[in-house]
Structure formats: structure tokens, C-alpha cells
Design a protein around this ligand. Structure first.
Ligand SMILES: NC(=O)c1ccc[n+]([C@@H]2O[C@H](COP(=O)([O-])OP(=O)(O)OC[C@H]3O[C@@H](n4cnc5c(N)ncnc54)[C@H](OP(=O)(O)O)[C@@H]3O)[C@@H](O)[C@H]2O)c1
Length: 226
């Protein structure tokens, strides 16, 4: 049975954070949609509520600090180049919590995307470095924002989850499995997050070249559940 939790999403006014916040609220989780500007969050939540009505009864607006204070889990969904600074700014509130890093550092170069990675290897590892008390888990890098927001359509993707804290990875895998058709796969330690972040640039380049909407599906693995 799904364990309902309180989740904060920082930067929930962008397409990815807003869509993921809506998905999670739709499942019954209490979700705080954070923003640097409370009015922007209020307007994003009002738009979502107008569209989906009571299905998002547990979604509330707030500041990023309100979202970082969420009891159980925090998702950093700001633009990728603000993810580390935003994590640092809220490090005190994130102490002891599971913090999901979904950022992909990307730059468009001609007809492709290329990864932008920090010296720590991945943005997730850089977030862990600035918030050492947080339990950072990289996840959701390959799920398109539009898919999150389409609440009536099942999500079709594997979600590789990487982090150094076993219990935190298990928590995020549970969250993934609760979303219809998503399959969570344990990708191991945070050192491996570089692979999932960098692969997002390859995936987006393929989608651009073939005008596709490809996500990630790994063949030959029966289930993400051990
Ligand atoms: N788009 C996708 O399909 C997708 C898929 C998987 C993962 N991701 C990752 O998910 C994250 C969000 O993607 P997105 O496309 O939704 O991003 P986005 O629209 O570019 O930005 C999301 C939010 O970040 C906040 N923000 C902007 N600049 C900031 C700054 N300097 N400091 C703090 N916050 C700032 C803004 O919220 P406020 O102004 O309200 O504070 C903005 O609405 C990114 O890290 C991306 O790599 C995206």
C-alpha cells in the first residue's frame, strides 16, 4: 500500500517541477509547490487546480523555504544551473531529509545537446557537497516534463535512481513505483549519477534528430524490485 508523505518541490513553477508536483499530489501525497516568489507559486497552483480540480486537493503553494521544510522528502526542480545554489541556500532545512536531484546540465550546440557537468562529477554530487546532511538521490532525469503533467496518461519510462544512502534510494524507488507505468531501477551510488545526467543530453539529441519523444527503457531486467 502507498505510504502517503509530505513532499516539497523547489522551483515548482517550471514545467518539470509543476508536472511532478501534480503527479505526486494526484496520488494523495501532501505537496508544497515552492517558488522564489510566493505569488508565482500561488498562480501555478491555481492554474493546476482549475485544470484538475479535486484531484489536486493536496497541492498547496508556498515559497522554496516552505517546500524545503516539508516533512519527508524534497525535490529540487529549479533550472539546472540554480540547483546547487538553491540546495546550499536551504541546506539547514534539508538536514536528514531525502532530497531528489532531477537536474540535467545541458547546452545546445548546433543540432545537438551536450552535457555540462560540474567538477564533482554530477549536479547531484555537487548538491550533496553543499548540503552534507541531506540524503541526495538523483532521479527522474529522463522523464519529459510534458509527460508528468499529462495526469490522465500513464508515464512510460524507467527511472534510474542513484544515491549513497540505501534507505533514501529505497524511498525514492517507492515513490517511482507508485506512478503508473514508471519502473524504478537502483543505479547504485551517487558516483553513478554522472551517467544518468550526461545521458540526458544524448537522449534529447536523439529526440531532436528524429523528432521523437523517446524516454529510457532498459531491456533484459525483469523488474526494478529485488
Ligand atoms: N523539462 C524537462 O523535460 C525535464 C525533465 C527531467 C528533468 N528536468 C530537470 O528539472 C529541472 C526543472 O526543469 P524545467 O524545465 O521545469 O526548468 P525551468 O522551467 O527552466 O525552471 C524551473 C524553475 O526554476 C526556478 N528558477 C529559475 N532561475 C532560478 C534561479 N536563478 N534560482 C532559483 N530558482 C530559479 C524558477 O522558479 P521560480 O521563479 O518560481 O522560483 C523556474 O520556474 C531542471 O533542473 C531540469 O534539468 C527537466
Amino acid at each position: 500500500m502507498l505510504r502517503l508523505v509530505e513532499i516539497g518541490v523547489l522551483g515548482a513553477t517550471g514545467p518539470a517541477g509543476r508536472g511532478l508536483a501534480a503527479r505526486l499530489a494526484c496520488l494523495g501525497h501532501d505537496v508544497i509547490a515552492g517558488s522564489r516568489d510566493a505569488a508565482r507559486s500561488a498562480s501555478a497552483v491555481a492554474e493546476l487546480s482549475e485544470r484538475w480540480g479535486d484531484r489536486l486537493a493536496t497541492l498547496v503553494p508556498g515559497t522554496n523555504a516552505d517546500a524545503a521544510a516539508a516533512r519527508d522528502l524534497v525535490i529540487v526542480a529549479t533550472t539546472w544551473d540554480a540547483a546547487v545554489d538553491t540546495t546550499r541556500d536551504h541546506a539547514g532545512l534539508l538536514e536528514g531529509k531525502v532530497v531528489v536531484a532531477m537536474a540535467n546540465g545541458l547546452v545546445r550546440v548546433g543540432k545537438e545537446f551536450q552535457p555540462v557537468l560540474p567538477e564533482e562529477g554530477s549536479l547531484a554530487a555537487a548538491m550533496q557537497a553543499v548540503a552534507p546532511g541531506a540524503r541526495v538521490v538523483a532521479a527522474f532525469q529522463h522523464v519529459p516534463a510534458a509527460a508528468f503533467a499529462a495526469l490522465d496518461e500513464p508515464l512510460e519510462s524507467d527511472v534510474v535512481v542513484c544515491g549513497d544512502d540505501d534507505a533514501a534510494r529505497a524511498t525514492v524507488l517507492d515513490l517511482v513505483y507508485a506512478m503508473p507505468n514508471l519502473r524504478g531501477l537502483d543505479g547504485g551510488s551517487l558516483a553513478n549519477a554522472v551517467g544518468i545526467e550526461a545521458f540526458a543530453a544524448v537522449l534529447l539529441s536523439i529526440n531532436l534528430r528524429y523528432k521523437g519523444k523517446g524516454t529510457l527503457r532498459l531491456l533484459g531486467v525483469e523488474s526494478g524490485r529485488e
